[in-house]
Design a protein around this ligand. Structure first.
Ligand code: GTP
Ligand code: MG
Length: 461
């Protein structure tokens, strides 16, 4: 790749870890080392720290920036940027921000890579594990670990190796291969940009060197087409369908199938304003297009290739991260937002609640999922849900759970179950005051339903 293309890239990253392990300090230090901070701001913080009789507190910097944001001085509310010689970085949502987990889990914020911060003296703690699990759940595979505060352990290699073995072991259980475990002191700047002479036993990359090796996620153009329909507009006699291509490529002339109904039509044109209409568009693009035939298409449908039609599932097994105030129990009714569709679903079973401490799991009828808990559950919907398994398609394989108007969890689809036989959506058991048994006894025979079906005028009557 040429320098020009790499320098124009921005890598969105997320920084996670247990409370007080030094995330803010590390971010402050990263900004400082990459000259992303106005000198005046640094001096201001230095003066404040001096006046309070403490050493330079890089975390104050973030607090100061946060305060400015709260007052609306800086327009951007959740994003912090810095750049190396290679490219730009965007730190997604400052940790500590109370919506942090929610934004991550519900996909409001997404990152291509993550830095997990662990206090060298405290070692791997509860939230270190929970956040690591979350990275797995979100499909973030580029992960590096910063074992922070090595100044507190006398820059001891032995202690560092112990923490390194502990976190590598845990990540391995999640099938995450840490790209590097780096001993750092965010406070003193060890191994952030520069290597300290006092810990020369470490020969791996610095944090900034490591970040520069991560790859910016490319839109999945080489996968099958998935285009959730956002809206259908009517102009004159033309109908224009709009949506974002989540994977694959849309070409004029392609025959599309609109899941779940499965009606098909050809792409007649891709529409643009003011510029010549393109003949194709790839993943990541939002497009508007017209069809040859006026078939019935609504928001929530997903356009796929007619060569590989997709059936909806009325049952999904999902892995979820629960954010609800009340524990989640079987029988709970929620809404599932996936793609551009919203479905009413019922949690029919909580199959496994995962203990992030040791990755063991419990199941059974009595289990509940506590706030910030992780579980595997079955969802059932009356209408078919068009979804993919997350391991095949990330964008159409994850959803958000909504209770009322509140986002209460994020989930990835572990298994879809194409309905084996058509299940009627509008026939239900109802209770009567004469129970079934009594009716059979009274009539002397079982009840039955005889269904006459056929076109109008076929002679049913
Ligand atoms: P939360 O946002 O509350 O989860 O904490 P955090 O992870 O952002 O931690 P923060 O950066 O606020 O650091 C917590 C404390 O650890 C602060 O007092 C820092 O000064 C201190 N600290 C951070 N990094 C280092 C380090 O490398 N060495 C030492 N000695 N202290 C550090
Ligand atoms: Mg913090």
């Amino acid at each position: 790749m040429s320098d020009q293309t790499t320098s124009s890239q921005t890598l969105p990253i997320v920084i996670v870890g247990h409370v007080d392990h030094g995330k803010s300090t590390l971010i402050g230090r990263l900004l400082y080392e990459t000259d992303a901070l106005p000198e005046a701001k640094v001096e201001e913080i230095r003066a404040v720290c001096k006046a309070r009789g403490v050493g330079m507190e890089w975390a104050f910097l973030l607090d100061a920036l946060q305060a400015e944001r709260d007052q609306g001085i800086t327009i951007d509310t959740t994003q912090i940027r810095f750049a190396t010689e290679k490219r730009g970085y965007l730190i997604i949502d400052a940790p500590g921000h109370k919506e942090f987990l929610k934004n991550m889990v519900t996909g409001a914020a997404s990152a291509d890579a993550a830095l997990l911060v662990i206090d060298a003296a405290e070692g791997v703690r509860e939230q270190s594990r929970r956040h690591a699990y979350l990275l797995k759940l979100l499909g973030i595979e580029q992960v590096a670990v910063a074992v922070n505060k090595i100044d507190l352990i006398g820059r001891s290699e032995e202690t560092f190796r112990r923490v390194e073995a502990e976190i590598r072991g845990y990540l391995k259980g999640l099938e995450i291969d840490a790209k590097a475990v780096i001993p750092v002191s965010a406070r003193d700047g060890d191994n952030i940009a520069a290597r300290p002479e006092v810990a020369d036993w470490y020969e791996g990359p610095t944090v900034l060197e490591m970040l520069d090796t991560f790859e910016v996620g490319a839109p999945p153009c080489d996968q099958a087409l998935r285009l959730p329909v956002q809206a259908v507009y009517k102009f004159d006699d033309r109908r224009i369908i709009a949506g974002r291509i989540e994977s694959g490529v849309l070409k004029v002339g392609d025959r599309l199938s609109f899941a779940p109904a499965g009606e098909t039509s050809r792409v007649a044109s891709i529409e643009t304003w003011n510029t010549p209409s393109p003949v194709s568009a790839g993943a990541g693009r939002s497009v508007a297009f017209t069809l040859d035939d006026q078939i019935f298409v609504v928001r929530g449908d997903v356009a796929v290739s007619a060569d590989h039609p997709v059936a909806g599932s009325q049952e999904l097994r999902v892995r979820l991260f629960w954010l609800g105030r009340e524990p989640l129990v079987a029988g709970k009714r929620l809404k599932l937002k996936i793609g551009t569709a919203v479905h009413r679903v019922e949690v029919t079973a909580i199959e496994r609640v995962i203990d992030v401490e040791d990755l063991s799991s419990t199941g059974g009828t009595a289990v509940e999922v506590q706030r910030n808990g992780v579980a595997e559950v079955m969802l059932r919907s009356r209408a078919p849900i068009v979804a993919d398994e997350f391991t095949d398609f990330q964008r159409t394989g994850r959803g958000v759970l909504v209770d009322g108007y509140e986002n209460v969890g994020g989930c990835i689809v572990a298994d879809t179950f194409a309905a084996a036989q058509p299940v009627s959506q509008n026939i239900f058991n109802v209770d009567h005051s004469v129970p079934v048994d009594a009716r059979i006894a009274a009539n002397g025979h079982q009840g039955g339903v005889l269904w006459f079906t056929g076109l109008s005028g076929a002679g049913k009557s």
